[in-house]
Design a protein around this ligand. Structure first.
Ligand code: 13P
Length: 336
């Protein structure tokens, strides 16, 4: 594999329908996931679970990158192999979440992502540990008087500052402006908010001289709010998401890998497939799912070693289904 430039790395991650496994849950978030299956979130349990995921057969050929949390990029399996080496041996590239979470903006419900301070030094270490790409997540809310233009500009500017520092350290920045599904808003409100974020994001990236060809975008899909009384169907989500991206994302961007954001695993696959069946765009349209890839595996595992191969089968299946969806070749009949 040719990984001699940022653009080659970005293209490799999304080549041939491949997508990304987001396994970068912070320890508190991992704790919540483990609570749902009654497993203690200890360092060893987190390592065992992630090792099991990364060794799954279905990583090969379907997953081009895996996003890790700081703890995981340093972990070593009981047989002495680093988790980073396991990922590499599956033909996937290790990535690392580098933001430091959210702080509220003033008294408001809106937030600004932290982590620029000391980022350059941290990146140097992650590069040495084998990271080829990085992730930074900004969170935008929809609600009364939200999103504010201040929250959008501050977050999109920070994303661009982050991306510039990452490229200087020879890694591909994944920029994630997540408009949350939380709320009872319409799909049109989500379209508006997503469009404003993407416009501001790309204008900041270009202004700061970020190489777009060496960048990956991780956006939300354009959907109705999770508590909306009228929910847009698969076709409408696909149409409006593609329309919003075509209006705001430069053609030179190599890949767009969606977050799942609380969608069910089947919805996340069906939406991606419907978009790729519409087609007409230059970028690869693929996935960077956390919950939508891991949920069935987590439920099959239940913290028991004897369930490991069932859990791996569940992850492998979802990875393959999403790879097919990235090529517009998925069908619901493949799920049974
Ligand atoms: P979900 O797919 O579960 O939304 O997670 C993706 C992610 O990395 C969020 O930052």
């Amino acid at each position: 594999m040719d990984l001699n430039s940022l653009s080659a790395i970005a293209k490799y991650i999304v080549s041939e329908g491949k997508g990304i496994l987001a396994a970068d849950e912070s320890n508190p978030t991992c704790g919540k996931r483990f609570d749902s299956i009654g497993v203690d979130s200890t360092e060893d349990n987190r390592r065992d679970y992630r090792e099991l995921l990364f060794r799954s057969e279905g990583i090969k050929g379907n997953i081009g990158g895996v996003i890790l949390f700081d703890e995981t990029i340093r972990q070593i399996s009981p047989d002495g192999t680093t988790l980073v080496d396991i990922i590499n041996s599956q033909g996937a590239l290790p990535g690392i979440k580098v933001d430091k979470g959210l702080i509220p903006i003033g008294e408001s419900e809106e937030s600004l992502t932290q982590g620029l301070e000391g980022l350059d030094e941290r990146l140097k270490e992650y590069y040495e540990l084998g990271a080829k790409f990085t992730k930074w997540r900004a969170v935008i809310n929809i609600g009364e008087d939200m999103p504010s233009s201040e929250a959008i500009s501050a977050n999109m500017e920070a994303l661009a500052d982050y991306a510039k520092i990452v490229q200087k350290n020879n890694m591909v920045p994944m920029v994630e402006p997540e408009v949350l599904m939380d709320g009872n808003h319409s799909i049109d409100a989500c379209y508006e908010a997503t469009s404003s974020c993407l416009k501001s994001l790309f204008s900041n990236l270009v202004d700061k001289g970020v190489d777009i060809e060496g960048t990956i975008l991780k956006p939300n899909m354009v959907t109705s709010g999770s508590n909306a009384s009228i929910k847009a169907d698969i076709e409408e989500v696909a149409q409006k998401t593609v329309e919003c991206l075509m209006a705001n994302v430069p053609e030179s961007l190599p890949g767009i890998t969606f977050l799942s954001g609380g969608q069910s695993d089947l919805d996340a696959t069906a939406h991606l497939d419907a978009m790729n069946k519409i087609g007409g765009f230059n970028w690869k349209l693929s996935f960077s799912y956390g919950r939508a890839l891991q949920q069935p595996a987590l439920k099959a595992w239940m913290g028991k070693t004897e369930n490991a191969s069932l859990a791996q089968k569940a992850l492998s299946h979802r990875a393959l289904m999403n790879k097919l969806a990235s090529e517009g070749k998925w069908d619901i009949s493949l799920e049974s």
